[in-house]
Design a protein. Structure first.
Length: 267
């Protein structure tokens, strides 16, 4: 009798121990699964953050390395500076032998375009030509009208002290046509002016001409020079035109803006 009772209690204790062990096992399994879920959650979060960072970085890099404006500088060297939306120079392209030689000598990548243009104009190739009364043409084109307007105003200020200089704008269509023809778009716009006066003029004819030679030829054919007045002075009729909203000798519709003293006496 006592043995049966003892056996019964032992069985009860064994079942309680089994139940307790089962509970402990199940709790351990639950905690293990919880830790696994947390690790997976942290992993997913980390992966999502990494993908987000990569996506933002890719977009940022794409924005930074996308050209939104281009500045064409033409004297005899012809080159173009490609600018991003943050006003930094991404690259420089030469459009004739002198232009490529100058482009190769410059160290303007990632500089602000104002500093880059200052370096271009201060280069021995350009400065010597300008000191010899060469003609400087600076033309701006791009997809962002606001940025192009700011660059154009800056270029007019930067070239204001050069006697024979002109700043203007070009359309995207003109840029495409210019590059297809192997010219900078600044020189190409001058070529279009010349061709309008003499349809027999070809791209090959102007390929190796300086900007002064092109402008002098335009004048000889009866076209308007970039200025018909002395440096620092404008005719009364031009002042009236400006009061009426005009912006230069050729008009804003042609992308013409700043003109600084074409000196006929130097021809």
């Amino acid at each position: 009798m006592n043995k049966r009772i003892k056996d019964a209690f032992d069985q009860i204790h064994a079942e309680e121990k089994l139940i307790s062990q089962t509970r402990e096992y199940l709790e351990a399994q639950r905690q293990k699964e919880e830790r696994t879920r947390r690790r997976r959650y942290r992993y997913v979060l980390a992966m999502a953050a990494s993908f987000l960072f990569l996506a933002v970085s890719a977009v940022s890099l794409s924005l930074f390395f996308t050209t939104t404006a281009t500045i064409s500088v033409d004297v005899n060297p012809s080159l173009e500076l490609h600018i991003n939306r943050f006003d930094r120079v991404l690259s420089v392209t030469g459009y004739n032998a002198d232009g490529q030689e100058l482009a190769d000598s410059l160290h303007v990548r990632f500089l602000n375009y104002e500093d880059a243009v200052e370096q271009v104009l201060a280069s021995s190739q350009i400065s010597e030509l300008l000191n010899s009364d060469a003609f400087l043409e600076v033309t701006v084109a791009g997809s962002d009208d606001g940025q192009c307007g700011q660059i154009l105003a800056s270029m007019e200020t930067a070239t204001a002290h050069h006697a024979n200089s002109h700043c203007g704008t070009a359309t995207q269509e003109e840029v495409t046509e210019a590059h297809d023809a192997g010219l900078s778009f600044g020189k190409y716009r001058a070529f279009l002016e010349l061709q309008a006066l003499d349809p027999d003029i070809t791209v090959e004819d102007v390929q190796d001409m300086t900007m002064r030679e092109i402008r002098e030829l335009i004048q000889s054919l009866g076209g308007q020079t970039d200025t018909d007045t002395d440096t620092g002075a404008e005719s009364e009729s031009e002042e009236e035109t400006e009061e009426d909203g005009g912006s230069g000798h050729h008009g804003e519709e042609n992308g013409e803006h700043g003109h600084h003293g074409w000196d006929e006496s130097s021809e």
